[in-house]
Design a protein around this ligand. Structure first.
Ligand code: ATP
Ligand code: SF4
Ligand code: MG
Length: 329
């Protein structure tokens, strides 16, 4: 399988009056062609920051301090590219539907005008008919009726329909990578299930590589081939989906999996993770999970664990494990 995107040692911060928020620390991962990757973690763990850093869409007070985002198709580090070069691949090669993007739909513009604005923004010269044809095709792909939806205003559509429209808009230029930040949040359970189903269909119908962010590991379980677990701005585990559910390695992942098993399984086995997520303004030393970890050792307070490779394509950042091997008893 081809590696499309190679992210290494990504470090991003936000500058605020109180100091520096260390939102993403030394994050490294690979994305393989035609796979679905879910980035999961609690609220404020840095999931959106990772996405916004790799697409260079951080808010004005965000800074990328170090790292590389090597995109193999173009053979460049996205973080090194000039803004005008980056514009050539944004949307055409990598499209992003940001978190809460529904609010970005302009209430005074019909849906077709959002499609027109998108092509104009990326310097594409389609005739009116071409635009209508392509937009209709994408609207059909997300299981909506183009005849009504393209000429509707955003307020005439439900939350689930707006989310589908945003996905259709992101698919307009047939990107190689589609990134969705929280595509199912703020939707009711049934609508969430429909969006998950739609993403499954898109994955099988199109040659597309999907990366999506969610705080809901059950949604990740249903859709993803691989899961990345983020805690306190760090990637603590990456693993094939089946493997992570059978055998979560990192103590935080184990806590997360235990908490979702609550839905289907024996309630007596449910354990919430004790303690609160760390402040990223002043994160804990060493392993950022150490104040909440039942296995914490002296070294955990001093040294940040590096992400190491275990068998079966699992990677974990925890002092309990040794490179290539098993738990260090
Ligand atoms: P959620 O699940 O709530 O969307 P997240 O995992 O996507 O959370 P991020 O939005 O990446 O988390 O935030 C990571 C950290 O950076 C948090 O502490 C958050 O408060 C902080 N943060 C995010 N955006 C900004 C900003 N523009 N300015 C200052 N701090 C920010
Ligand atoms: Fe727990 Fe230490 Fe592993 Fe961190 S490095 S998860 S504190 S055992
Ligand atoms: Mg977010």
């Amino acid at each position: 399988m081809n590696c499309l995107l190679e992210v290494s040692s990504l470090k991003a911060v936000y500058l605020v009056r109180e100091g520096t928020i260390k939102a993403t620390e030394d994050v490294s991962f690979e994305i393989f062609e035609n796979t679905v990757t879910a980035i999961v973690g609690e609220s404020a763990s840095g999931k959106s920051t990772i996405i916004e850093a790799i697409t260079r869409t951080l808010p004005p007070n965000g800074r990328i301090l170090s790292g590389k985002v090597f995109y193999r198709t173009v053979g460049f580090d996205l973080l090194e590219m000039k803004e005008d070069e980056l514009r050539k691949i944004r949307w055409k090669k990598i499209a992003l539907v940001p978190q809460a993007a529904q609010q970005s739909l302009n209430p005074t513009m019909k849906i077709i005008d959002h499609f027109r604005d998108t092509i104009e923004a990326y310097g594409i010269n389609w005739s009116k008919d071409e635009l209508i044809n392509k937009a209709s095709e994408k609207i059909k792909m997300v299981r909506l009726n183009p005849e009504t939806v393209l000429y509707a205003y955003p307020m005439q559509l439900s939350g689930g329909m707006k989310q589908r429209v945003l996905i259709a808009l992101a698919l307009l230029l047939e990107p190689e990578i589609l990134i969705l930040d929280e595509p199912t949040s703020a939707l009711d359970v049934l609508t969430q299930a429909h969006i998950v189903q739609l993403l499954k269909e898109l994955k099988t119908q199109m040659n597309i590589t999907l990366i999506f962010v969610t705080h809901d590991i059950a949604v990740a379980a249903e859709l993803a081939d691989n899961i990345f677990v983020i805690y306190g701005g760090c990637l603590v585990e990456s693993s094939p989906t089946e493997k992570i559910f059978k055998e979560p390695k990192h103590p935080y992942t184990q806590g997360l999996i235990n908490s979702i098993m609550a839905i289907n399984a024996d309630m007596s086995k449910v354990r919430a993770i004790p303690g609160d997520p760390p402040s990223l303004l002043n994160p804990p030393s060493g392993c950022r999970f150490h104040p909440r970890c039942e296995y914490a050792m002296e070294i955990c307070k001093k040294e940040r664990p590096q992400l190491i490779k275990l068998p079966d394509n699992v990677k974990v950042a925890c002092h309990l494990y040794k490179e290539g091997g098993c738990k260090d008893e």
